[in-house]
Design a protein around this ligand. Structure first.
Ligand SMILES: NC(=O)c1ccc[n+]([C@@H]2O[C@H](COP(=O)([O-])OP(=O)(O)OC[C@H]3O[C@@H](n4cnc5c(N)ncnc54)[C@H](OP(=O)(O)O)[C@@H]3O)[C@@H](O)[C@H]2O)c1
Length: 289
């Protein structure tokens, strides 16, 4: 089996490629091979490669900048993804694509995890485009869309300069007070665990939409507190509201995802988020420089 991976150098892509190698030949791809913002780069590369499976880890991921860079985020996360889905369908390749918990958020009273059949209702432009991308992928046959959340992996997200855990560790060691939002509840997820579940879904021949996140939920403040507890740091950590933080893009107050569908096809639930965080901290300590 030939598996092409776009965004192979991103934090999820880096964790996925070695795990996908258990299923077949992995061809890592970068923006130089396919630029999702440039439609004319997609068909020639897909046709020349003719993979059995195409895994798309690439995305425009700047949630706040997306509010003003509307053309850029739309071209990559909606138009480019829909084109990719069409070309994969035309050559009979299965497309595996990643989406976001930010598909939800307008239900302010929500307190139970969202399932795959809940109606999406995004609150920012990044998420609206990711949702258009999902629709583009799901309307083609034999494809798999995995919604995940708050990714952190040892390779970090290049464009964002790391990930939330790394940012907290850096700021926590600076000695300055740290203000973190305490009114957004979700499930930050470890890319190693999401990658392992992705491989298991492929092994089971799954198609359609699945939620893939670690177990449990927390606010970003609670996540930061656990990061510092596990890392043995004790910074002045202050809970604030999203309004006090004042980000350009709105975020959901509650975007916890149910993984009942994932477990119903035989993929074990991902470990609880504090255990995943512990595994991440161990992996980063042991990572070669
Ligand atoms: N990060 C999160 O917290 C989070 C949460 C929910 C869902 N997701 C989804 O999970 C997936 C993986 O995210 P991640 O955190 O691993 O992302 P990441 O580390 O930021 O990596 C994204 C990759 O996409 C590539 N890329 C960006 N624009 C591109 C374009 N126009 N054409 C081709 N490649 C392009 C980047 O390449 P360059 O290095 O060349 O820019 C990079 O390799 C994405 O679909 C994302 O939307 C992420």
């Amino acid at each position: 089996m030939k598996i092409a991976v776009l965004g192979a150098a991103g934090q999820l892509g880096r964790d996925l490629c070695p795990r996908l190698a258990a299923l077949g030949e992995v061809v890592p791809l970068s923006r130089a091979d396919i630029d999702l913002a440039k439609p004319d780069t997609i068909a020639p590369a897909v046709t020349a490669l003719r993979p059995d499976v195409f895994v798309n880890c690439a995305a425009y991921n700047f949630v706040d900048k997306a509010e003003t860079e509307m053309d850029a985020v739309g071209a990559v996360n909606a138009g480019g993804v829909a084109d990719l889905a069409r070309h994969c369908r035309d050559i009979g390749a299965k497309l595996v694509h990643f989406s976001t918990d930010y598909a939800f958020g307008r239900d302010h009273a929500r307190i139970i995890p969202y399932t795959e059949i809940d109606e999406p209702a995004p609150v920012n432009y990044y998420a609206a485009c990711k949702l258009d991308g999902e629709t583009g992928v799901l309307s083609a046959r034999n494809h798999l869309v995995l919604r995940t959340c708050g990714l952190y992996g040892v390779w970090g997200s290049g464009g964002k300069g790391g990930n939330f855990v790394e940012t907290m560790l850096r700021l926590g060691a600076s000695g300055k007070p740290l203000r973190v939002v305490n009114d957004q509840r979700c499930t930050p997820s470890y890319t190693a665990d999401v990658a392992a579940a992705t491989v298991q879904l492929l092994e089971r021949g799954a198609t359609g939409l699945f939620h893939v996140v670690n177990s449990g939920d927390c606010t970003w403040y609670e996540f930061a507190a656990e990061i510092f507890r596990q890392a043995g740091l004790n910074p002045d950590l202050i809970p604030i509201t999203s309004a006090e933080f004042g980000a350009a893009a709105k975020r959901p107050a509650y975007s916890v995802l149910s993984t009942a569908k994932l477990t119903s096809v035989g993929v074990p639930a991902l470990r609880p988020w504090p255990d995943a965080l512990a595994a991440y901290l161990t992996e980063r300590r042991n990572k070669p420089a």
